[in-house]
Design a binder for this molecule. Structure first.
Ligand code: ADP
Ligand code: MG
Length: 313
């Protein structure tokens, strides 16, 4: 393609919110054989919502949610935000006080009902750990509990499996090494996700999902969206490894992601695509920025490259 053709393509991309960082990136996209999608915030809306909260001890529900929100208030994770919102909502909609003014007060002052937290540690790919009222609190996934020697009773394990088969993430809460409750968190797929996956397959491109989430949830989400290849329970540092494993046979691999977690993988990919209001780190590591946060632009990007390079060569 002539420099002019590249310039035109770059301009067409920009008009559609597809920012292309240079002619090399534009050229590589025509040869993509795999598109590896991050799950949370990329295939899904990244608007996690708590659907259910179950307490398995005599603890009061309000106290349970206060404990969980207090701990998660220090975490940046989307799951943490969902949990804090849910707890706020619970305290907010106390049926004994329904006046709007009181509601707003409680929301803006929510930090007042949070408990003091010390020794907070975020454990990537697992969850969080902290002390509240002298108690040792763990919130996260199975791996977190197992590593800390907390056992999961059968009836709770069954509840977790039920959540996961419904494409939800189970967030487990332990206090002083006793599992006290579970929250179910759902994150709906983006509307266009399934259509885009189907479109890629028609273009001869194989879609893959990579996620830190557990295998059962990942598989349920993948099934909904029409993806057959799933890499689950991948630690944050492992996503770039996954990319390299797909590149071994000379395949041209694109990675689509939004998070800080994804930037090493975006950089490792032949074509890194940062999507939406992704983090600055992700945008920096990427070759393409899909500003509209719409997965259709993955197809737009490949199309643009094919049209620019295949036709003219
Ligand atoms: P991803 O964003 O790809 O789902 P992460 O590595 O961010 O993966 O997280 C992996 C898993 O670790 C989550 O699915 C969740 O089970 C657990 N986790 C991480 N941080 C938290 C947190 N703050 N609260 C609860 N669970 C968490
Ligand atoms: Mg993500």
């Amino acid at each position: 393609a002539t420099p002019t053709a590249v310039m035109v393509a770059t301009g067409v991309g920009a008009k559609n919110g597809v920012l292309i960082k240079g002619g090399d990136a534009l050229e590589r996209a025509q040869k993509i054989t795999y598109v590896i999608f991050d799950k949370t915030g990329t295939l899904t809306q990244g608007k996690a919502m708590v659907t259910t909260a179950k307490v398995f001890t005599a603890m009061d529900r309000g106290d349970f949610l206060t404990l969980v929100a207090s701990a998660e208030a220090s975490s940046e994770h989307p799951l943490a935000k969902a949990v804090v919102d849910y707890a706020k909502h619970f305290h907010f909609f106390d049926p004994s006080e329904t006046k709007d003014s009181q509601k707003n007060d409680k929301d803006s002052n929510y930090s007042e009902w949070l408990l003091a937290v010390s020794d907070f540690v975020a454990l990537p790919g697992r969850g969080i750990q902290c002390s509240i009222d002298g108690k040792h609190v763990l919130i996260g996934n199975r791996k977190l509990l197992t590593e800390n020697g907390v056992t999961i009773p059968t009836h709770i394990e069954n509840f977790l499996v039920e959540l996961e088969e419904g494409a939800q993430t189970g967030v487990v809460v332990a206090c002083d090494d006793i599992l006290i409750g579970v929250l179910g968190v759902a994150d709906p797929l983006k509307r266009e996700a399934a259509v885009v996956v189907e479109g890629l397959v028609k273009m001869g491109i194989r879609p893959v999902m990579v996620t830190g989430d557990n295998r059962r949830t990942a598989q349920a989400v993948a099934k909904e969206v029409g993806i057959h290849d799933v890499m689950a329970e991948v630690m944050p540092a492992g996503k770039a490894e996954v990319i390299r494993s797909f590149q071994k046979d000379g395949s041209v691999v694109a990675m689509v992601g939004d998070g800080i977690n994804d930037s090493p993988a975006l950089a490792a990919a032949d074509v890194g695509m940062a999507i939406g209001a992704g983090t600055d780190v992700a945008i920096e590591a990427a070759d393409y920025v899909l500003m509209r946060n719409n997965l259709e632009d993955v197809i737009t990007a490949v199309d643009l490259s094919r049209k620019t390079f295949l036709r003219i060569r």
